[in-house]
Design a protein around this ligand. Sequence first.
Ligand code: AMP
Ligand code: TRP
Length: 334
Amino acid sequence: MKKPRLYSGMQPSADSLQIGNYIGALLQWRQLQTSYDAFFSVVDLHALTQPNNPEELREKTRRTAAQYIAAGIEPSQSTLYVQSHVRAHAELAWVLSTITGYGEAGRMTQFKDKSARYGTDSTSVGLFTYPVLMAADILLYQSDVVPVGDDQKQHVELTRDLAERFNKRFGEAFTVPIPVIQKDTARIYDLQNPTSKMSKSAESDAGVLWMLDDPAKSAKKIMRAVTDNEGVVRFDRENKPGVSNLLTIYAALTGRQIATIEDEYAGRGYGDFKKGLAEVVVAEFEPVRGRALELLDDPAELDRILAANAARADAVADATLADVYEKVGLLRRV
Ligand code: AMP
Ligand code: TRP
């Protein structure tokens, strides 16, 4: 039986991913890759919508790919590749942009937020068409499901609209994908500011746990994480966001229930609890970090893995693109 297709990706926007990326995305991906024919990309073309130093972008792209693999995405099982290696992405994005409404693209909240923040003169057309490129990523592979954080849900809805519109106008070319929205329990917050999401672009480093950091450093950050004065290890997102966040991390990394962890630490202080969590985090990330650094030590081998996977992606993407070109009436080059 053919497995359903799954597509997801992340931008290479930092030297290291943070554990929110790991718990919220990579752990899910690793699980899903066995039951789906999965495609995971490092979306470097999307990253061009932010200012980048070229050498640093290349390095971040390799690092992001290495962390996918280190976290358990199997490059022999899943198609793990770099977006810009597969030319069809930019080509399909162009065709899709011709059936996307100007107003429709302008309603994307991520674009509205960013353009409001930076002003129209500092907002590129690339940022405006970002969701169309994302639609191309997904539709090229006839993806059935797309796991994303809730901030990306609107982009997947746009993808569905474009797929349906194209199919209706030109004939069936695309599978209409379903977004799979990350669970609340997979959302990780900043250790110092536990009401905002842990993020690669956080203002302060003290609240972020980096996958590639020395685990001893992460342990220290956990010991200094913001809690509260109650002194009881208890999940209460509203009144105890700090402790609740630590419990979420603990549960996600151990696969245990939050209630079981609360019981284990009943009558014990936050110091004990944090020490326990620090041990869990160190045990989880020591091998992941080691594996990632090993891969990065041999960039030629990593590049070979990415090239082989890009070739697999090409085969699927080229077939979709050829069908689309045919359907919209582009003359075939002989
Ligand atoms: P980003 O780093 O925002 O590009 O996100 C890449 C992926 O990681 C997306 O699937 C996000 O939903 C997920 N992610 C990022 N930060 C967090 C977080 N703090 N908690 C859970 N998931 C996250
Ligand atoms: N825009 C997504 C994000 O910022 C990354 C992304 C690009 C993506 N293309 C995708 C996610 C296709 C899922 C499917 O998180």
